[in-house]
Design a protein around this ligand. Structure first.
Ligand code: GRF
Length: 212
């Protein structure tokens, strides 16, 4: 059974959906760069080993990433999952986990990489927004895409209402992506593309606003 390590920074709702999903893998540890992350308590209460390692204790991003990788590697993970981990990672770190590091991002990438995605989507007036799970590469939020889910942007949306709608989708697609990888149905190939041997691809469309 594959082993995964989950990295978080805050409330950990995406982490929790992974814990709840009965995935075919062992969740070896949850690690946070913030000691007060609520997600650490949730994981700890379920008997999962938790670690807090603060970036503030290190002189540079490189030093933090080296220490973080050492901590992660103690658990010998097959897959490292960024579930709301709010730190930019160095190229050395990312390359060390090439093909076994994934992230969830609250936008339809490549639109709205970076932070404040819901505010920016509203500002731009897009009618469709959503979320993406992707393999992580050195370029921020630009790695090969595994799965995306779209939601409509409604006329009276605020960042809070839009973010809640997107978060529901995050909680659907994230466990799915982890499951595919754990079951070796999806992987990153030598060309750096997402490959899959899934025989069936269910499709659906979203048009927003809806047609009359
Ligand atoms: C999520 O929206 C995730 O996509 C983003 O940060 C948020 C983390 O939420 N990177 P949670 O900690 O999983 O509840």
């Amino acid at each position: 059974m594959k082993r995964i390590v989950i990295l978080i920074s805050g409330r950990g709702s995406n982490m929790q959906t992974l814990l709840d999903a009965k995935l075919p893998c062992e969740i070896a540890a949850v690690i946070s760069n913030k000691a007060d992350a609520v997600g650490l308590e949730i994981a700890g209460a379920r008997g999962i080993p938790t670690v807090a390692i603060s970036h503030k204790d290190f002189a540079s991003r490189e030093d933090f990433d080296v220490a973080l990788a050492q901590e992660i590697d103690r658990y010998q993970p097959d897959l490292v999952v960024l579930a709301g981990f709010m730190r930019i990672l160095t190229a050395n770190f990312v390359n060390h986990y090439a093909g076994r590091l994934i992230n969830i991002h609250p936008s339809i990438l490549p639109a709205f990489s970076g932070v404040n995605t819901h505010e920016r989507a509203l500002q731009e007036g897009v009618k469709i927004h959503g979320c993406t799970v992707h393999f992580v590469t050195a370029e921020l939020d630009h790695g090969p895409i595994i799965i995306q889910s779209a939601v409509p942007v409604l006329l009276n949306d605020t960042p809070a209402t839009l973010s809640a709608r997107v978060l529901r989708e995050e909680h659907r697609i994230f466990p799915q992506a982890v499951r595919w990888i754990c079951e070796e149905q999806v992987w990153l190939n030598e060309q750096g593309h997402v490959a899959s041997d899934r025989l069936e691809q269910l499709g659906s469309t979203l048009t927003s606003p809806g047609l009359d």
